[in-house]
Design a protein around this ligand. Structure first.
Ligand code: ZN
Length: 212
């Protein structure tokens, strides 16, 4: 899971209906795991190099990589890790893909990871800068007893969903940019798969935006 730390150091988790569902159940609404092609491995070394350079700061991807190549790079970097990583890709929409020009990386522990303040600021600034900007938020779940037993596709925790909705998408400043066309895409890596996190709650967002 990933979460936004509060001033008191506790995790903010205002639960809502779907967030209280068992994670495996709400994941039925997510698209199937991504189907990558061998050519998507082109970004693995570039992503790895940028992650190693990042240590919390923005690291450029040169040359830039497409979204799927970026995700394969994230999966490759985190697949055998025993802790959670948060990798945020910054870029712009280009046809059906995203051209990812740089990233920021943070590490967590075995069960959670949180973005730094610098990351949150960078997300907001990136979304504000242009109507075609996109931010890709990837985090991984280390191998656990569940996927060792069931060889499952990635399952977002209720906490993941609550954070997605209430703390990253809801802030007014970001809502306005999203109305102008900027996009935040969420992905989860687990058990060798990458899956986009897309929930019934997220389907409501156009309505919520209309209310603001
Ligand atoms: Zn998670």
């Amino acid at each position: 899971m990933f979460y936004i730390p509060t001033a008191t150091g506790t995790t903010k988790n205002e639960s809502s209906s779907a967030s209280d569902w068992p994670p495996a159940l709400s994941s039925y609404f997510d698209p199937k795991p991504m189907d990558f092609r061998p050519t998507d491995a082109v970004g693995v070394l570039r992503v790895r190099r940028a992650i190693n350079q990042s240590s919390g700061k923005f690291a450029a991807l040169r040359p830039i990589v497409n979204r799927n190549a970026f995700l394969v790079g994230c999966l490759d970097y985190t697949e055998h890790s025993t802790i959670e990583h948060l990798i945020i890709g910054f870029g712009g929409r280009y046809g059906t893909t995203t051209k990812v020009s740089g990233l920021m990386h943070a590490v967590g522990n075995a069960n959670s990871v949180a973005p730094t303040g610098a990351m949150l600021t960078a997300i907001e600034n990136n979304l504000r800068s242009d109507f075609k900007t996109e931010v890709i938020i990837f985090h991984n779940h280390p191998r656990n007893w569940f996927n060792i037993l069931f060889d499952n596709a990635p399952i977002a925790s209720g906490q993941d969903r609550a954070v997605l909705l209430k703390q990253l998408i809801a802030p007014q400043s970001i809502v306005r940019t999203l109305l102008n066309g900027g996009r935040v895409l969420f992905y989860l890596g687990e058990n060798g798969f990458v899956r986009r996190i897309y929930t019934p709650e997220l389907l409501d967002i156009p309505d919520r935006l209309a209310e603001t």
